[in-house]
Structures are given as C-alpha cells and as structure tokens.
Write a protein that binds this ligand. Structure first.
Ligand SMILES: [Zn+2]
Length: 322
C-alpha cells in the first residue's frame, strides 16, 4: 500500500491523497483517502463508504466527515476511504464493473483472486491493518427503503461483542443486528471477516432510494464521532446515544417466490408475526400469482420499492428480536 499525499499533507491535520495497492491486479487504480491525524498519539479508526455507489447519504457522510472532526482534540487517526467502488462512480450498480462482483459480499477476499476479491483482501490486510475498529457506511440503495440499523458479527469473545455493540448503539439506530455465530466462516460482509479475526467491524445502514438525505448524512457522521469517543480518539461521552435500539439476533432475507409485480403490505419498522402476509405478487394483468408470508416473528428492516421482482430475489429483510 502506498499513499501519495500530494493533494495536501500536514502533521496533526487533515491529509488528503490517493492510495494505491501493490497487488498487480489493483495497481492501475487509485483510491481517494483522507487521514485526519490528531496532534497526540492514539488509536486508528478506519471508515469507508461507497462499496455500493448509489448509497449516496453514507458516501456524503464519509466525504464531509473530516470537517466534523476537531483535529486539536483528536488522539490518533481517522482514516477515511469515502468512495471504495471507484470504478463504478459514473454508473448505477451495486457491482464492481471489472468482474461483476458485489464487494460487500466477498470479504475476506483473496490476494490471487479477481479484482473485487483482491480489493477486499487489500482493504482488510493492508488499509485496515492495525486499526482499533472499522466502520463500513451503507444504506438506501436505489430501490430500497429502510429503518436505520447497524450490524456486527457476534463472536465467541464477549469483550469483542460488547465493544462492537457499543459502537453500533452509538449510531442510535432502530435496530442493532448481531449476526449469529453460524455466519462466522461465511464469505461476506467485512464485519464478519473482521469478527472472525478477533477484530471489531460494524456496518451502518441508513438512507432510502439512492437519495441524498441530510438527516441520514448527519446520522452517519454523528455515529462515527460517537465511535471516536468510545474508542478514545475524542474525549467526552456519547451523549446522543440511547439504549432503545432493538437487539436483533436473526436476519432473514425475504425472497420473491415468482417473477412478478410486487405489492407490499408492510413497511420498514412494522412488526409482523409468522405467517402474516408481507406482500402479494401479481402478473402484468394484475392477476394474483402468490402471497409472500413472514417466515418468522420480527420487524421489517428494509424492503424494495421497485415494482418488479424476479423469482428468488430479495424483496426485503426480517429481523427477529433477541
Ligand atoms: Zn450497501
């Protein structure tokens, strides 16, 4: 990993530049990076956004984050990659154009893999190396409406779990979602890869429909600043965090059972019971095809806002309270 700080550099300040990874699969590309470095030593916190390029509120939060950090009061470094899926910047896709993979679902990646797999590996093993925690900002892709939530990977280490949960609650979300131990060896989200390595990572989710929503931007920023306080990069308590977030211990994707037009009966935040109708599928003549029923008791965390759904595709997710 090499960083060209030619955009701006000063010790104890905001340093802007471009990062390159030495892996030959990645070496033609560069990523914007901002390191906000305090005048005193302290932990390193990594913050990234734009794994999904249409989740714009979380990207804007990462772009504007340096303006919200009091450098004089900071101990340590907040390293920010505000746009991770750089090659998709001028398109509307959840995928990395080089290989058509979804970076969110390929961690820990592989150094000898495709572009996206190599990028996951480089982020995890180079950029995130030595960090106290990693915050991966997401939320509200085109065609998705949701309630604010934060995910972390539950591990066998209770100290690690409570550290991750505290960071998650610092965002003041509606739901804190702990991914159960069964997921630990999955190829998937960065928080799982970090948890499997005894490290703290969280994925934050707020936004809707690919729109720039300043409430969502400010929510992400406030949550990162609370993380800085919890980790000791900034002084002071997390005054804005409350304890009301519902802890979720099972996250279930809801899938369409056929190709069709989907009509939702429920909205994000609704509590549903097992067997309750969540949506109806109809054909182009409005004839009913099927009903999608809740597989469990829980809350609708997010749902699609698109009219059409393919058989097997996600139309939302259900979270079961712990
Ligand atoms: Zn996302």
């Amino acid at each position: 990993m090499e960083v060209d700080w030619s955009v701006s550099y000063r010790k104890g300040g905001v340093n802007r530049g471009y990062l390159r990874f030495t892996n030959p699969t990645l070496s033609e590309m560069r990523w914007p990076v901002v390191d906000v470095t305090g005048s005193r030593d302290g932990p390193r916190l990594c913050v990234m956004a734009g794994l999904h390029i249409d989740e714009v509120s979380s990207i804007q939060a990462a772009v504007s984050l340096p303006d919200h950090i009091d450098v004089a009061a900071l101990a340590g470094t907040v390293s920010i990659i505000p746009i991770v899926n750089v090659p998709a910047k001028f398109s509307h896709t959840g995928l990395v154009p080089m290989d058509g993979k979804n970076l969110h679902w390929v961690f820990p990646g592989r150094s000898d893999g495709t572009f996206t797999e190599a990028l996951a590996d480089a982020l995890l093993n180079e950029w995130m190396a030595g960090s106290e925690a990693v915050i991966d900002l997401h939320g509200g892709d085109i065609g998705e409406a949701q309630r604010p939530f934060v995910l972390f990977q539950k591990t066998a280490d209770e100290v690690l779990n409570s550290g991750a949960e505290a960071l998650a609650r610092g965002f003041n979300p509606d739901y804190v979602m702990q991914l159960d131990l069964d997921h630990m060896n999955d190829i998937g989200r960065c928080c799982t890869a970090l948890g499997a390595r005894g490290r703290i990572g969280i994925v934050t989710e707020r936004g809707d429909n690919g729109l720039l929503d300043w409430d969502a931007v400010n929510w992400h920023v406030a949550g990162v600043l609370n993380a800085c306080r919890l980790l000791g990069l900034l002084e002071g308590g997390t005054a804005t965090a409350d304890k009301s977030a519902v802890l979720i211990d099972k996250y279930t994707f809801l899938r369409s059972t056929a190709d069709g037009l989907v009509y939702h009966d429920t909205h994000p935040g609704d509590r549903v019971v097992r067997g309750q109708r969540i949506a109806t599928l109809r054909d182009e003549f409005q004839q009913p095809i099927d009903e999608i029923l809740a597989p469990d008791d829980g809350y609708i965390i997010w749902r699609t806002t698109m009219l059409f759904a393919r058989s097997g595709s996600w139309i939302g997710a259900l979270g079961r309270p712990a």
